[in-house]
Design a protein around this ligand. Sequence first.
Ligand code: 5GP
Ligand code: ZN
Length: 114
Amino acid sequence: MTDCIFCKIAAGEIPADIIYEDEDVLVFRDLNPQAPVHVLIIPRRHIATLNDLQQEDAELIGKMSLVAKTVAEQEGIAQEGYRTVFNCNAGAGQTVFHIHMHMLGGRPMNWPPG
Ligand code: 5GP
Ligand code: ZN
């Protein structure tokens, strides 16, 4: 997707504060953090929303959760706790249409979310 900002970050065309990467997944700090730790876990491959997931994406989505666990340990928030969120479509607040798992931590998280 040539006009996708997260594809451009994955391709190295736009800078980002990348804290983890492998052949499938990239993790970088959110430009507008909502918590002391706020990172985005994305697949390198463009998938617009959770609604676009296919059965063959199961391993990739599972891997994103395992990466979240690793990054939480790396960021020192694994024990105190953190929140992971996928926003799907505009009604849930999705603004970038390349799936991303938010990981937020470093402060108490309220429930229910806004
Ligand atoms: P959404 O609202 O789609 O769930 O989340 C998109 C997130 O991407 C927002 O938290 C926003 O701050 C972040 N974001 C948007 N553009 C950029 C960018 O160019 N770089 C980084 N690092 N984060 C971005
Ligand atoms: Zn993309």
